[in-house]
Design a binder for this molecule. Structure first.
Ligand code: HEC
Ligand code: HEC
Ligand code: HEC
Ligand code: HEC
Ligand code: HEC
Ligand code: HEC
Ligand code: HEC
Ligand code: HEC
Ligand code: HEC
Ligand code: HEC
Ligand code: HEC
Length: 300
């Protein structure tokens, strides 16, 4: 066993374990590097170090874990630029990029400090904003709509955006989702209950993409359906377009897209085909290349 006196000697002479105190090799007293810096940068003593959450290397006064004390070709005397600095010690934080996954633009651009204060913060995880406020800084429209929706989605307002989204990226699905749809929805909404089947007119939706009809962030529409719901869907007349719920392939539509639409929109479609100029996708009957048959965030 090494006595503490020997350990200090080893550290000061730089002869052995220097990993924990990077400046021991430069003959500084243990912890002296931080003290040195704080002597002139008194804002740290006055305010920064008193915040509720102090970044561990800052708490340990290892300022030189990030800053070069003499010179640097990067801003703020930083040893490495942007995210590379943080990834030096946090190489497992950002999930690897995968074919089915997604990445968050500010993370991919290495802008870790657009969400984290490198030194200290009043918020957990040294975040510059608390809870949904952080996300609202850049996603104002979604955050505002979620908070003011007539029918709020409980996890969004009670647990927060990170209940469903990984802020750094996802290996498992689009939109930074921690689990893809429908797996994520189904984990909180059991689909094997009679009431779930009834709510969907007994159609087998358990494996469907729930978000083709439901807005995961909240809605002014009952049942969290998107703002614009196709009337036959709102009335739960699924059978107007699909095979009967009891049939073996209930999700098959009664006819392919343009004929299906003609059943109820013949007047509009006749007027369309009588026009002098027809938009190519409309002429081809590709109604679904522009419209969702069920519901949409936008009108139309
Ligand atoms: C003798 C006083 C003194 C000491 C000791 C000192 N600094 Fe500074 N530091 C300054 C002054 C003066 C500036 C320039 C004024 C300003 O931008 O606030 C500065 C600026 C900086 C900047 C900003 C550079 C930029 O490009 O804007 C960083 C980062 C910094 N110091 C880090 C450190 C670290 C880390 C230590 C300890 C290893 C340290 N300083 C020790 C006086 C000092
Ligand atoms: C984990 C890395 C890291 C550690 C450790 C660290 N800093 Fe910084 N520091 C940064 C980054 C990153 C910036 C630039 C922030 C920005 O661009 O918004 C910065 C900026 C600064 C600045 C410029 C003024 C400001 O606040 O933007 C000073 C001064 C500074 N640091 C001093 C220190 C001192 C003193 C210590 C030790 C007590 C320290 N830093 C420890 C990463 C660190
Ligand atoms: C010199 C190594 C080092 C660097 C560089 C570094 N960190 Fe850390 N960071 C740590 C250590 C050590 C912890 C303590 C938790 C752990 O062991 O992971 C930590 C913890 C964190 C935490 C969790 C909250 C906390 O305070 O425990 C966040 C968030 C974080 N760092 C963000 C950053 C960001 C952003 C950067 C770049 C500006 C950065 N780190 C650069 C060493 C570092
Ligand atoms: C869009 C905002 C945002 C950006 C950009 C961001 N983070 Fe984070 N980070 C968060 C949030 C939010 C948490 C808390 C996660 C939670 O509550 O589940 C967090 C947590 C962390 C943690 C602690 C928990 C963990 O996952 O290990 C570390 C370390 C961390 N971030 C490092 C980084 C690094 C390194 C970067 C840049 C490559 C970065 N962050 C960029 C928002 C961000
Ligand atoms: C510094 C700005 C910034 C902050 C803070 C921020 N984001 Fe983002 N986010 C972006 C940008 C830029 C994009 C890409 C353009 C877009 O889709 O708006 C994006 C995209 C996204 C996407 C879509 C990704 C995809 O693959 O389609 C999600 C989901 C997301 N952010 C969630 C969050 C959450 C959750 C938070 C809070 C933890 C957050 N963002 C905080 C800037 C930010
Ligand atoms: C209950 C889970 C859940 C919560 C909580 C949640 N989201 Fe989402 N979010 C989703 C799902 C699912 C999608 C993908 C929607 C789709 O497939 O069309 C998504 C998509 C997104 C997108 C990208 C696509 C778009 O709609 O523009 C952004 C940005 C986003 N969410 C931001 C946020 C923000 C900000 C918060 C917090 C206010 C939040 N989310 C909370 C589930 C959630
Ligand atoms: C973390 C758990 C969780 C996740 C994930 C989740 N939900 Fe919810 N959801 C809830 C809770 C809790 C309620 C409120 C239920 C209540 O008040 O009885 C709710 C309410 C709803 C409602 C309104 C039903 C009602 O009773 O008011 C719908 C529709 C809904 N969620 C759909 C979804 C969809 C679609 C997804 C996937 C994008 C999803 N949920 C993901 C927990 C979750
Ligand atoms: C106006 C006609 C119409 C009505 C009404 C309708 N659907 Fe559909 N549905 C379609 C069409 C068309 C498709 C094929 C979509 C595609 O290929 O993009 C489809 C596809 C589906 C799918 C499979 C795709 C997915 O989202 O995963 C499910 C599940 C579904 N519908 C369930 C329902 C339920 C439940 C109702 C009643 C609440 C309903 N539909 C009402 C036209 C309709
Ligand atoms: C084809 C469109 C469609 C799809 C796909 C769909 N739903 Fe629904 N869902 C509806 C409709 C329509 C209602 C009835 C809304 C009402 O009560 O007005 C409903 C009702 C619900 C309710 C009860 C809402 C309430 O207010 O009581 C929940 C929870 C729910 N769905 C969750 C899910 C989940 C989870 C998925 C994916 C596994 C899913 N839905 C897929 C259309 C759909
Ligand atoms: C190139 C994209 C596109 C295609 C293809 C398309 N639509 Fe539309 N449709 C739109 C847009 C955009 C609107 C909204 C127009 C507005 O708000 O003034 C709309 C509006 C509508 C409306 C409501 C307003 C009205 O004119 O009655 C109906 C019904 C409609 N479309 C049916 C169809 C049918 C049926 C098909 C297939 C034969 C189809 N659309 C093909 C883009 C398209
Ligand atoms: C069972 C009858 C029925 C079928 C089948 C049907 N619709 Fe509709 N649709 C309606 C009714 C009712 C309205 C509301 C009155 C109107 O605008 O004609 C409507 C409205 C619309 C609108 C306007 C939505 C808005 O914002 O007001 C569009 C777009 C549309 N339908 C597209 C389609 C497409 C594309 C198809 C084929 C996949 C289709 N419809 C099949 C009954 C139907």
């Amino acid at each position: 066993m090494i006595s503490s006196a020997t350990l200090i000697l080893l550290l000061v002479t730089g002869a052995a374990p220097v990993a924990t105190l990077p400046n021991a090799a430069f003959k500084l007293q243990p912890g002296a590097d931080g003290k040195l810096c704080l002597g002139c940068h008194d804002q740290f003593q006055i305010e920064v170090l008193k915040r509720a959450f102090v970044h561990t290397p800052v708490k340990a006064r290892v300022c030189t874990g990030c800053h070069n004390p003499h010179a640097s070709s990067h801003a703020k005397l930083l040893e490495l630029p942007g995210g590379a600095l943080c990834l030096k010690c946090h190489d497992t934080t950002v999930p690897p990029v995968t074919a089915i996954g997604s990445s968050h633009q500010p993370v991919a651009e290495g802008k870790c400090v657009s969400c984290h204060d490198p030194h200290a913060s009043a918020n957990k995880n040294i975040l510059i904003g608390a809870g949904n406020e952080l996300c609202a800084g850049c996603h104002e429209k979604i955050a505002l709509a979620a908070a003011s929706a007539k029918f709020k989605h409980k996890p969004v307002v009670e647990k927060g955006c990170t209940e469903c989204h990984n802020p750094h990226g996802s290996e498992k699905g689009r939109s930074l989702l921690k689990a893809d749809v429908p797996e994520m929805c189904v984990s909180c909404h059991p689909t094997d209950k009679a009431i779930f089947a009834r709510q969907h007119s007994n159609y087998p939706v358990a494996k469907a993409r729930c978000t083709t009809c439901h807005d995961p962030h909240g809605s002014d529409r009952k049942g969290l359906l998107y703002q614009t719901v196709h009337p036959p869907v709102a009335k739960q007349d699924c059978a107007k377009c699909h095979e009967p719920a009891s049939s073996a392939n209930a999700l098959k539509t009664r006819s392919p897209s343009p004929q299906l639409c003609r059943n109820c929109h013949s007047e509009m479609m006749d007027k369309m085909t009588d026009s002098a100029r027809l938009h190519r996708p409309a002429a081809d009957g590709n109604c679904l290349s522009c419209h969702s048959p069920h519901a949409s965030r936008r009108s139309g």
